[in-house]
Write a protein that binds this ligand. Sequence first.
Ligand SMILES: [Zn+2]
Length: 201
Amino acid sequence: MKKPEYEKLPREFRADYAKFAAVRLALSAVVLAAAAFGCAFLDFSGMKYPAMGRVLLAGAAIAADCVLLGLHRFLRPSWEGTVLSVGAGYKLKAAGEKGKPAKRIIVELEIDRGDPKPYLPELYREDKHAVGDQHINVYQTEAPYKEGDTLVYLRGTKVPARYGVKDAEDLTDPKFVCAFCGEVNELKHERCRECGRTVLR
Ligand SMILES: [Zn+2]
């Protein structure tokens, strides 16, 4: 697996990434420390199984860190690679907001990271463009990833970012995706319209 060369990434992006990672990890540590404190000093003797109270508290803290702060994403190593192919499909979710089954768009990428076999991640994107019963496949029309793109995934971020998209003149409708929140942005934007962080392109 090829490691990203951090020094090649724009300095402003690296600064945003360092801040993002530091804040997430610090907040996660606070939550875990609070849970550890609770496990040590709270009185669980009223419970049928006092040990279970500690396990539940620790589990809740870890789950909260993963859901709210994406702590689990820091376990995935960073990598860099080239897109070999882009596919798209749907997955059905059990029920949407109004009780109807909701479609979830998957992007199936084939990425050469220098491994013997290509890496095949499935990326999700919620369908924001559902009109009535018709779902418009945002990823197929916006296609934030393209064949031949260089992608970089940094530990802790949500999705791999596409970068090195140079002159957009002859590309049709060029877009790129924010590594921090997954929002699809126009090439002309320097900061993500969703989270305000510097985007890689
Ligand atoms: Zn963003």
